[in-house]
Ligand binder design. Structure first.
Ligand code: GLA
Length: 336
């Protein structure tokens, strides 16, 4: 009766702070992630983690995931609640993803839990459910990128996701491209970052000029408040960069992709203001390395990892990432 499931993490090549504004993103699922092994039954949701303290042990059905302790348990509890699950589950969580590093450890845990609890439906259905679970469990108003990249990953491909239509287009990653992540050593969580504040500012700008991914640069330039103007400019120009980067990847033009990544970092630093001096220094350092085409912060920012695009034979002080398949059930219970 044991189920065994795996959900990857993701690294975002380009397109940050655009998903919740209906923009485009270009993430890829990676080879690291979360494995859950467990057995259905009983009246409680019980989960232990190899790296996180405390045991999740709550009666089913879960009614208030936001108050569950330990706090990491809010993600699986949120998924169980949103699935409307009434019977229990007892499982072990094993993860090789850095926590709080911008590689979607929480979306990976959510999507793995959904598979472990037997969720059915398309990767998009599962991603929507897990995004809603994260909002219910933590109050963070995140977009769909992380959960969808984790659920729908395609081996050897990045995913061009239009977050307005939720359409996913796999884009092959050229074999000459090496993608690395380098840890800044600065840990952050979305709940205590200024994520919600940035989102509110982007929403306020959109209330003035309409959907930011499609707003004209002239209308953005007419926004009187300099902070809202800068937030809008980031979202609009970042969406243009995502489209250009996807086209350059298809054309095998890694130099161009790298330039766009650096432009993205500058925009996240200056217009969206989600970088840190540590991330900036790391990016500046990495782009000096021969054979490195570009680097940028990846994910929400405020710390975490830098993503690097380099030639295949170049080594940088980090971890090389391979575009991997999305979440999957490795072994289902015999009666499922
Ligand atoms: C976090 C959120 C995503 C996205 C990124 C920034 O990872 O969970 O939805 O907004 O930040 O691009």
């Amino acid at each position: 009766m044991t189920a065994r499931v795996f959900a990857p993490g993701r690294v975002n090549l380009i397109g940050d702070h655009t998903d919740y504004m209906g923009g485009v993103v270009l993430p890829m699922a990676i080879q690291f992630g979360t494995t859950i092994v467990g057995t259905a039954g009983g009246g409680r949701l019980r989960m232990r983690s190899d790296r996180l303290d405390g045991v999740l042990d709550v009666p089913m059905p879960v009614t208030d995931p936001g108050s569950v302790q330990p706090s990491w348990g809010r993600y699986p509890a949120g998924v169980a609640a949103l699935l409307g699950r009434t019977d229990g589950f007892d499982g072990e969580i094993v993860s090789d993803l850095p926590i709080g590093g911008g590689l979607s450890s929480s979306a990976s845990l959510e999507v793995a839990t959904a598979h472990a609890l037997g969720a059915t439906g398309s990767p998009l259905d599962i991603a929507r459910l897990c995004r809603a679970a994260e909002a219910a469990a933590t109050g963070v108003p995140c977009g769909i990128m992380d959960q969808l990249a984790v659920a729908a990953g395609v081996e050897g491909h990045a995913l061009l996701i239009d977050c307005a239509t939720e359409e996913v287009t796999p884009v092959p990653v050229p074999s000459a491209a090496a993608i690395w992540v380098v840890d800044s050593g600065q840990v952050r969580t979305l709940a205590d970052s200024a994520y919600a504040e940035r989102r509110a500012q982007a929403d306020a700008a959109a209330a003035l000029v309409g959907p930011l991914p499609r707003a004209s640069m002239a209308s953005i330039a007419s926004v009187a408040d300099p902070v809202l103007r800068a937030r809008a400019r980031h979202v609009r120009t970042e969406c243009d960069r995502v489209h250009a980067a996807a086209a350059a990847l298809v054309a095998g033009d890694l130099v161009r992709v790298g330039e766009l990544m650096v432009e993205s970092h500058v925009s996240l630093r200056d217009d969206f203001q989600v970088s840190t001096p540590e991330l900036d220094a790391l990016v500046e350092d990495l782009v000096q390395t021969p054979g490195v085409h570009g680097a940028r912060l990846t994910g929400a920012g405020f710390g975490g990892n830098v993503v690097v695009l380099a030639e295949d034979d170049v080594t940088v002080p980090g971890t090389r990432m391979h575009a991997s398949a999305g979440a999957r059930t490795l072994a289902a219970p015999p009666n499922s």
